[in-house]
Ligand binder design. Structure first.
Ligand code: PLP
Length: 477
């Protein structure tokens, strides 16, 4: 493809994207295709001869869109949001054009340096302590990981190497295997499955602790578990606090957990994958009280801050526990400036990395902090609007406190009734929700996901839920 054709193709695609997003409301939110739908729609083999771009464009609706779940439709209320904005889409175009692999500073200095500065911008927006920021001149700094799961694994590996170092100093006679078999980490039973997975991948024990009635992990619970484990000869080495759990968006008692971690010299990682974006609004920062006691902090701008996937922001106070611990330095990756700027390959699992800081830069500049705050506040207000509608209908109950853009609710009645309700709602195909279950109680989650969502959309979703409830209740009489 030559430049002239590229420009035509890209312009046509830009028009298509704008049309798609602006009219996304009118599409069926989850497609009605069955597994295997796509193979018959495309040839058995790749074409021998080149095709015109117009032929590809002509197939997008037929082949792709017929099987797309429209995550950016205001009728999509499943999981948590994933971000989407025009500035981030354009930035990804530029990233695709530069197409550098910024694993070290010299591999593309702008890729590294913009990331360092963007993580400082973002850290300041959240009100993170200076110790986390590169601009403080200390050791700390930020990095863009692909996902929160990777960030948790990286934090756990850092915690592990720090603990190994300390214990070897205290017990030079112990072998690595002996020490490893004693290490134990902690998280809320309601922590995301990626935390358990990080434990498995890291080869260490991880204990899931019971939260309080608000689904929040408390300091005393952690303290008791640590005492018990020490008594049994184990070595506590890390804790993961969740700010905004996946099931109900509950917040662990970070301040209390932080104290316990400090008392026991334990690495504290904070997973704020979804809810972390809200901390750009000062009124929500009370939920991260105690953040200064954490060793690492992570949230996903790609969830709720209008930066398209993938962009998971992570800060570390002492990156050396990752950078030095997993440092392999072959000659072909060395450069003369080593040590004067981060070589991000040491901060992450893979070697390769895209120029993701561009997305942050474009979004932060083209929205401005004020509009990003407005966006978060609007989503939370819409969740409260739904909470009010739900609370006014005596057939329903809202089962958890609504703090962010998520409402957990159910029909008063047993789990079977609520399972039938969800089947009915999703079966009608107008809106899409997923359930969760805690302490054997099944409930539905309505997440505000789309940046196009308005009160009228939430009202429509509510009408759809009410209609489904009436059907299900009539059938269950
Ligand atoms: N942590 C929490 C609290 C989450 O809610 C999620 C996903 O929803 C994750 C971690 C995993 O995020 P990622 O897909 O970026 O790994």
């Amino acid at each position: 493809m030559e430049a002239k054709e590229f420009k035509e193709f890209a312009k046509a695609m830009t028009d298509y994207i704008a049309e798609y997003l602006e009219n996304i409301r009118d599409r069926q939110v989850v497609p009605s295709v069955k597994p295997g739908y796509l193979r018959p729609l495309v040839p058995e083999q790749a074409p021998e001869k080149p095709e015109p771009w117009t032929a590809v464009m002509a197939d997008i609706e037929r082949v792709v869109m017929s099987g797309v779940t429209h995550w950016h439709s205001p009728k999509f209320h499943a999981y948590f949001p994933t971000a989407n904005s025009y500035p981030a889409i354009v930035a990804d175009m530029l990233s695709g054009a530069i197409a550098c692999i910024g694993f070290s500073w010299i591999a593309s200095p702008a890729c590294t340096e913009l990331e360092v500065v963007m993580l400082d911008w973002l850290g300041q927006m959240l009100g993170l302590p200076e110790e986390f920021l590169a601009r403080s001149g200390g050791e700390g700094g930020g990095v863009i990981q692909g996902t929160a799961s990777e960030a948790t694994l990286v934090a756990l590996l850092g915690a592990k190497s720090k603990a190994m170092h300390r214990i070897k100093e205290q017990h030079p006679e112990w072998t690595d295997v002996e020490i490893l078999s004693k290490l134990v980490g902690y998280c809320n039973k309601q922590a995301h499955s990626s935390v358990e997975r990080a434990g498995l991948l890291g080869g260490v024990k991880l204990r899931s602790l019971n939260p309080d009635s608000k689904r929040s992990l408390r300091g005393d619970t952690l303290r008791d578990a640590i005492k018990e484990d020490i008594k049994n000869g184990l070595i506590p080495f890390c804790a993961v606090a969740t700010l905004g759990t996946t099931s109900t968006c509950a917040f662990d008692a970070l301040d209390e957990i932080g104290d316990v971690c400090r008392e026991n010299d334990i690495w504290l990682h904070v997973d704020a994958a979804y809810a972390g974006s809200s901390f750009i609004c000062p009124e929500y920062r009370y939920l991260m009280k105690g953040i200064e006691k954490a060793d690492s902090f992570n949230f996903n701008p790609h969830k709720w801050l209008l930066v398209n996937f993938d962009c998971s922001a992570m800060w570390l106070k002492q990156p050396r526990w990752i950078v030095d611990a997993f440092n392999v330095d072959p000659l072909y990756l060395k450069h003369d400036q080593q040590g004067s700027a981060p070589d991000y390959r040491h901060w992450q699992i893979p070697l390769g990395r895209r120029f993701r800081a561009l997305k942050l830069w474009f979004v932060l500049r083209l929205y401005g902090i004020e509009n990003l705050q407005n966006f978060i506040r609007k989503h939370i207000a819409l969740a409260h609007f739904f909470e009010k509608l739900c609370g006014e209908d005596e057939r329903f109950e809202v089962v958890e406190e609504v703090l962010m853009g998520l409402v957990c609710f159910r029909l008063k009645g047993d789990n079977d009734l609520n399972e039938a309700l969800l089947r009915r709602i999703n079966g009608r195909g107008k809106i899409h929700l997923v359930p969760s279950k805690i302490d054997d109680s099944y409930f539905l989650r309505l997440a505000i996901c789309s940046r196009f969502s308005e009160e009228s959309d939430i009202q429509e979703s509510w009408e759809e839920i009410k209609a489904s409830a009436s059907d299900v209740l009539a059938e269950n009489k």
